[in-house]
Design a protein around this ligand. Structure first.
Ligand code: DHE
Length: 548
């Protein structure tokens, strides 16, 4: 949620007044004492806040991707119940979703949230190690698992997140047939694979990690554990000698990272990430773990400590001996998502409230650069291009504006372009709303979605750019009869096709669109009653080898 200029704000308040049938609300009438709310209502509002708001504004409401929502901050900005309702209903151009307009939250829920936010946040619970251990379940012990892959196409399987139904679909990328549906828990966020590709891991917003064995005839979960109340990231040990050995979960709440045994998720250790802001040196309790990547060249995880603005390089080689070494690198706030450059030496991550991309040199274990980009960069894992003029480029889109920034990543042979935006790509239409971009080494294209743009037409489009000339080649549109927004692109393992999710509401099935990469023609619409709220898709080979 973002405070905008007073005119925009007034327009919104008037619009809200019309929507809620309320007349005569004035900005200056911000409440001096918070509006009444019952204990029951606080319970209900806490749940809604957790599901829809905590990701951006924080459990303690101190702000991160979105501004602080403490009662003091709202008062300081003269935001009363009606004004808050307006923000929640209409969203903002800065990237806050229009929860009311989209029909995700009802008028009553918005009213409840607006009142709730004017009261101090209830203290979020902590999770004991004992509770974590108790939640650990092994469905198929390692020694009882199959000894060889039961499907010949398994390296081209796609894990598809069915977000709002708490499931992951495993689809054969070669035949496009649904292989299995796995119950994984609440609002799965991402999937990652082990170094061998055999195991696929999911992490849910409820902090539950699940491991799926892709070698089974019908892949299913073989173990699960709940390591936090809220989480967004998981990765595995990919360095030689440690393949499939560990998994690591990045928690939003309680702020921590938790190391698990790779094949059965047995909890091994946990480290709190509450820390000091890298710049002010003030304590920040809610310093959450955002993205994680795993090095292919060292026994190293790169953890991004969102609020603190620090990148932690965690050496996992001595975990068995009860020791963990962490290099903490001061970077920028607030760290969110990112990915490897083409060489996989440099890791690039968005500091989304400061409009920067942070570059970490994982070989030298130091900050390599901080690059100015556009408003609210959101790379996903980014897109890597080997360009004849600029050399290797890593690109990011933006939530807050309609440009893609491609940064040079070769400080040796292409020094002139290194660690600066070598090429800006303008996207059509007004506003940003891009969440994910993607390419594949075998493809000529750079793909970009716009699901957060307020324009319905842009929400349903995928923009295809020539990755060498940077020209817009085609705009792909979701077929009219399929409701929802186009989100997240993923390639097949040979790069010959790419898949797009149509993200709708959970009460109505949508589809996954499969495009031929050469002709850009829609070659298959994957449909079925099971295709509900598909979001991220993860091809086994591309995820295992970090190809994007
Ligand atoms: Fe994500 C990646 C956090 C909203 C779909 N998202 C990530 C990562 C983080 C993150 C930290 C990087 C993980 C990694 O690489 O280790 N996402 C958050 C939020 O905090 C936020 C803004 C709000 C929230 O409450 O969760 C948020 N994300 C969304 C969505 O609304 C999306 C579109 C649908 C959903 O699941 O809610 C969404 N996020 C994704 C996907 C990825 C992701 C598909 C992985 C991209 C990839 O290609 O790897």
């Amino acid at each position: 949620m973002e405070a905008s200029g007073s005119l925009k704000f007034l327009q919104k308040t008037i619009l809200t007044s019309i929507f809620f049938g309320i007349v005569g609300i004035s900005v200056n009438q911000a409440n001096s004492s918070p509006p009444p709310i019952t204990k029951e209502e606080i319970k209900k509002a806490s749940r809604i806040y957790f599901d829809r708001c905590a990701g951006c504004h924080g459990m303690l409401r101190k702000g991160a991707t979105g501004p602080a929502l403490t009662p003091e901050n709202l008062k300081k900005k003269h935001l009363n119940t009606e004004a808050i309702k307006s923000f929640i209903y209409y969203g903002t151009a800065g990237g806050m979703p229009d929860w009311g307009k989209q029909g995700v939250l009802t008028k009553e829920e918005i009213n409840l949230l607006a009142r709730f936010l004017q009261h101090p946040p209830p203290p979020p619970p902590l999770l004991t190690w004992e509770q974590i251990k108790k939640s650990w379940k092994v469905y198929i012990p390692v020694e009882k698992r199959v000894k060889a892959p039961q499907n010949k196409n398994w390296r081209n399987f796609f894990g598809v997140i069915l977000r709002d139904v708490g499931k992951v679909a495993i689809v054969d990328g070669t035949t496009k047939k649904l292989i299995s549906i796995v119950n994984t828990g609440f609002a799965v966020h991402i999937l990652r694979t082990s170094a061998s590709g055999r195991y696929m891991y999911s992490i849910g917003r409820d902090g539950k990690a699940t491991v799926i064995d892709l070698w089974m005839k019908k892949p299913d979960k073989v173990a699960e554990v709940k390591v936090c109340y809220d989480a967004r990231s998981i990765d595995t040990s990919k360095y030689k000698g440690y393949e499939d050995k560990y998994a690591v979960v990045g928690c939003y709440w309680p702020p921590a990272f938790v190391v698990l045994k790779g094949d059965d998720l047995k909890p091994i250790t946990r480290h709190v990430t509450s820390d000091y802001y890298y710049d002010t040196k003030d304590f920040v309790r809610e310093a959450r773990v955002a993205s994680i990547v795993s090095s292919h060249y060292d026994p190293l995880w790169v953890l991004n400590i969102k609020e603190a603005g620090q990148v932690w390089l965690v050496d996992y080689s001595k975990i068995d001996k009860g020791s963990i070494k962490i290099d903490m690198i001061d970077a920028e706030r607030y760290l969110h998502d990112g990915g490897w450059d083409l060489s996989k030496r440099y890791f690039l991550v968005a500091a989304n409230m400061r409009n920067k991309i942070v570059v970490i040199d994982t070989k030298e274990k130091k900050l390599a650069a901080i690059v100015d980009v556009g408003t609210k960069p959101h790379p996903g894992r980014g897109a890597n291009i080997d360009h004849p003029k600029y050399g290797p480029l890593w690109c990011t889109g933006h939530i807050g504006e309609n440009r893609i920034a491609c940064i040079g990543t070769d400080p040796e042979k292409h020094k002139k372009y290194a660690w600066k935006v070598a090429k800006w790509i303008k996207m059509p239409g007004v506003g940003g709303g891009n969440l994910f971009i993607k390419t594949h080494p075998k493809s000529k294209w750079l793909l970009a979605d716009r699901p957060l743009n307020p324009d319905k037409d842009l929400q349903r489009s995928i923009f295809v750019y020539d990755k060498y000339t940077f020209k817009l080649v085609k705009t792909l549109k979701i077929p009219k009869n399929i409701p929802g927004r186009a989100v997240h692109e993923e390639y097949s393992s040979d790069g010959s096709e790419f898949w797009i999710s149509v993200w709708g509401k959970k009460d109505q099935p949508t589809a996954i669109l499969v495009y031929d990469d050469k002709t850009l023609k829609l070659k298959k619409v994957i449909k079925g009653d099971w295709v509900r709220t598909p979001t991220g898709k993860f091809n086994v080979t591309n995820t295992m080898e970090d190809i994007y």
